[in-house]
Structures are given as C-alpha cells and as structure tokens.
Design a protein around this ligand. Structure first.
Ligand code: FE
Ligand code: CA
Length: 529
C-alpha cells in the first residue's frame, strides 16, 4: 500500500542554512493545518507507564501510515511538529483538567511520548490529541493508586504473539470488552518475518521481512491500523515488554538466529528497538533508545495489592547454549550429554544488572502479590529424546542456573505471593515453579501462567502433551487455542481465566473461557477454580 503522493506537512527548508530560522514558522503552519490527504491520527492513541501522579500518552502523526519512504515516515516530512492535547475527567471530554501542546519528534517518526505528571493518584482520565482541524479518538488513561493505599481488587489482562498473517485480532477486541484496568503486552507484538510455509489469513503489506527502520516502522503501522488492537490501546493503559519477533526470531542479545555478524546484527536491533519506542507508550526518560540499547524493564505498584516487575528477557541474555552453524542458532533441543554448557552458572537470561534490580525490588516489595511479567516459559519442560532428557535452549530451560537463582531467591526472601506470567509458547500453561524441578521434594515457591497467542499458530500439541507425565509441575497445557488471559485479583485470591477465540481466521470470532485456575494467598501453586 505504498502511497503515490507524499504529503509534505512541513515543507523542509531546501537549504540547510535555513533550518534554524524556518522551524518556528513551520510549527505554526502545522498547527493551522487542514488534513485533506489523510487522518494524522490514523494509528490511534495509547496510554502507558502509569505512575501515582501521571502516565505517558502516545500517538504518532501518520497521514499516510504505510509509507515506507525513509525520508517521509507516515507521509510526514520537515522538522518536529506540535500537537495539542487535552486530558479530562470524563469520556465526553467536558471536564478538561489539563491541556497544552506536545512535540511529535521528527527523529522518532513524528511520535509523541507525552510524560504527564502532577495529577492526583488512583483516578481514571480520558485524553485526545488535536492537530489543525483533526482530532484523535478519545483514549483512557489512569494514575496508579498512591503508594501503600489499600486496594481491594484489580482486573487486568495479558497478551502475546499477535501474528497479523496468521489471523485477526479478535482476542484483543474481546479483552477490551472486559474493561480491564490495564493490559500487559508480553512480546511478539509484531512479527518481522513473512509466512512462507503455512496458510496466510492476511498479508504483511510490504511482503518483505522487517530488518531496517523503514520496514519495522511499516510493520508497526500496519498492526496499529488493526481496529481491534487500536481499540484495546485506546481503552486500556498498556504495560509493554518485548520478546524476539520485535527484532528477529530467537535472537539473544547480539546473537542472531542466522549467525549474522554480531556488530551488523546490532545495527538491525537498533532499528527494531527504535521502531518499538516510536510505537509504544513508554517513558521517554527511561526508554528512549541509544543505538542498540533501550531500557524497557520497569516496575509498577498498585497500592498495597500488587507490584509488577516487567522484565526484558532478550536484550541482556547470554548466547543460546551450544550456539553454532549449521543449525544451532535460535531454539534447539539439547541434553546434558550433548550440551553441558546449558547448565553453566555464568549464563544469564536477565543480565546481571537487571537480575540485581529484580532481586532488590522483590526484597523490598510491600505488596500482597508480586507479579513477574516476562516473555517466555519459565517452568522446566522435559522432553524424552532417545532415552535422555532434552530441553529447549530458547526459554528458561536454556538458562537453568539463572532460573534456579531467581526461584531460590524468591524462596529465601519470602516474597509475598509470587506469580510469573509469560508468552512466546503460543500455548496456555499453568505451572508450579520449584527451584529444582527434578526433585519432588523441592518446594513450590511460585506459580506460573503462560498465555496462548492472540493469533500466531501454536506448536504441535502431541509432542508436549506426551511429555506431561514427565513434567508433573505442569497442571495444564493447551496449544490448539488462540486467545488471552484475564486476571481478577483480590487480596487473598487470584482468579485466572484462560480465554479462547472461536477461530482466529474469523474477524468476528466469539470468545469463551477454556479453563479457570486460581492461586490462593499464602500458598504458592496452581489450584482449580
Ligand atoms: Fe510468538
Ligand atoms: Ca517468541
């Protein structure tokens, strides 16, 4: 969907020497603009990164959202633009409590990351952006409750793995219908690759694997044009982390699935992270990317009820165990005999700085519940292969020393009601977490729930189903359904509903509950609800 006409919102100064004097006049021109070519708010709005006194409001000006001309992202050109914003106490935007102007930064594809501060805690707000004669849709934001405030209940959802080519995003729509207080995105928000083997429901519009800044931008823009995703972002604040497909399948730090030159791969990663930043409601102070580095791990505390540690499982991890050509890039199965390296104590999933940050947060948390929100399956999944135990190298089974350290730490510091959530597996899981999964006497110290994909195809059911007797800590597994997970949290009870769509290939799919589980306060482990 390349656009034949490129809109010049801000006519760039033809001579470089004119830029400085021209900029203010151009900004005024932008404010007086009438948008005849396209809706500048075609990609919708989002809120995220909530704090007790504020949140981040996001939009990106893109009158031609699928433009992949690197000189005119979204059909825009020229220097930074300004947009108006309004924040109100009501969805009708009558009682406006804050208004002003925000910058749509040219350097970040004319995205806006408005860091709103100074608002009262524990309140819902509604907001919109304006530019010339155009106004965005209205979105909902919220400030977190003041620290320590007694909070009785909270409903939220978590999602992962929305492959546009594999289906529609009905799961996002149905989650929006549940009016969650917020949604946690656990990664694979986009897919960089083009499906070449399996059925395709709808195509990535450019037909090429995203690997450069314009192609990653184009991918995000196409996903954000999806009405179900756009509505979910408008109606629920987002907490976001990533997995691999925001960059490349099964990458680890600078180590590509395809053994690319690590320095070259970091150039690609820099483009991918930058496009992620440009499209997500993350804090500009914390998360603005610098080259291939971008910090996204963060912590959110909802009164005295729950603290959420949002983790980055890709940027800092060690190379996949026993990595090497011809076929040991990305995930592969290894036994202790074939790959002793997998168990090395020096290997890390989180990176040691993030691990220390997580440990400190868990040790100091005053919350009833402590959620670790991250990208991949944490529980061990032992697959019998030629009379030996084999383990995947891409999830926590590839980093067992880091997993044991974390779970022992949770045990020793008596973290209150620890729960881990994850995605990536395109399957539902409900698991007990033990420091040593092979020792039945090892205590259950935490509970894990993995959500299935929004639309991405699941792995073969039989392989994992056959392995379940060897993995008694796994209470439930299902890879044949697409959907999301909804959580209803009370002080002494967490209810976990695994929600499934009738058919991801149907844009109007229905929703139903596949299974419901619970965690009881003070007693780690999965129970039937
Ligand atoms: Fe995925
Ligand atoms: Ca993944």
């Amino acid at each position: 969907m390349k656009s034949p006409t490129r809109r010049r919102l801000l006519k760039g100064a033809a001579g470089a020497g004119l830029v400085v004097v021209a900029a203010p006049a151009l900004l005024r021109y932008a404010a007086a603009q009438s948008w005849r070519v396209g809706d500048p708010f075609s990609l919708g709005v989002a809120s995220g990164a909530p704090r007790p006194d504020g949140f981040v409001l996001w939009t990106r000006l893109a009158p031609e959202p699928q433009s992949i001309n690197p000189l005119t992202p979204g059909g825009m050109s020229g220097g930074d633009a300004t947009v108006g914003y309004e924040i109100a106490n009501d969805p009708g935007m009558h009682d406006v409590v804050r208004h002003g102007e925000a910058i749509a930064e040219q350097a970040f594809a004319y995205s806006v990351h408005l860091d709103v501060r100074g608002l009262p805690p524990g309140r819902p707000y509604w907001y919109r952006f304006t530019s010339g004669d155009a106004a965005s849709r209205v979105g909902r934001a919220a400030t977190l409750p003041a620290p320590g405030t007694a909070l009785e209940r909270l409903r939220f959802g978590f999602v992962s793995c929305s492959n546009y080519e594999h289906g529609y995003f009905s799961a996002y729509r149905h989650l929006a219908d549940e009016n969650p207080e917020f949604v946690i995105f656990l990664g694979d928000y986009i897919y960089e690759y083009i499906e070449e083997r399996r059925p395709v429901v709808r195509r990535h519009s450019d037909g090429i694997e995203a690997a450069t800044l314009p192609t990653y931008r184009n991918r995000y823009a196409q996903y954000r044009l999806d009405p179900d995703l756009q509505r979910l972002h408008a109606e629920a604040p987002a907490l976001v982390t990533w997995d691999d497909h925001e960059v490349q399948n099964d990458y680890a730090d600078k180590w590509s699935e395809y053994f690319d030159d690590p320095e070259q791969f970091l150039v690609r990663r820099a483009a991918a992270y930058r496009a992620f930043y440009e499209h997500m409601p993350v804090r500009p102070i914390l998360s603005r990317p610098e080259g291939p580095a971008m910090r996204i791990y963060d912590r959110f505390t909802f009164g005295d009820l729950i603290e959420i540690s949002l983790i980055d499982g890709r940027q800092y991890r060690s190379r996949e165990a026993c990595y090497g050509p011809p076929d040991k890039g990305g995930t592969h199965l290894e036994t202790d005999a074939s790959c002793p390296e997998r168990r090395d104590a020096g290997r890390t999933m989180l990176g040691f700085a993030q691990e220390a940050w997580l440990n400190t947060g868990l040790a100091h948390s005053q919350a009833q519940w402590n959620l670790i929100a991250q990208d991949v399956l944490m529980a061990q999944l032992r697959i019998r292969q030629d009379n030996a135990d084999a383990f995947s190298t891409d999830d926590w089974d590839g980093y067992p020393a880091n997993r044991t350290r974390l779970l022992k730490r949770i045990q020793n510091t008596r973290v209150s009601n620890p729960v881990v959530i994850g995605g990536d597996a395109h399957s539902f899981f409900a698991n007990d977490l033990r420091p040593d999964f092979l020792d039945p006497a090892s205590p259950v110290v935490a509970t894990e729930f993995v959500g299935t994909s929004i639309s991405a195809y699941g792995p073969p059911y039989d392989v994992t189903a056959r392995a379940l007797p060897d993995n008694p800590h796994i209470h439930f597994f299902e890879s044949r359904r697409r959907g999301y997970v909804a959580i209803d949290l009370e002080r002494s009870h967490m209810q976990v509903r695994m929600r499934m769509v009738s058919d991801a290939a149907d844009a109007k799919a229905d929703i139903a509950t596949l299974r419901t589980f619970a965690v009881e306060g003070g007693r780690p482990g999965v129970v039937a609800a």
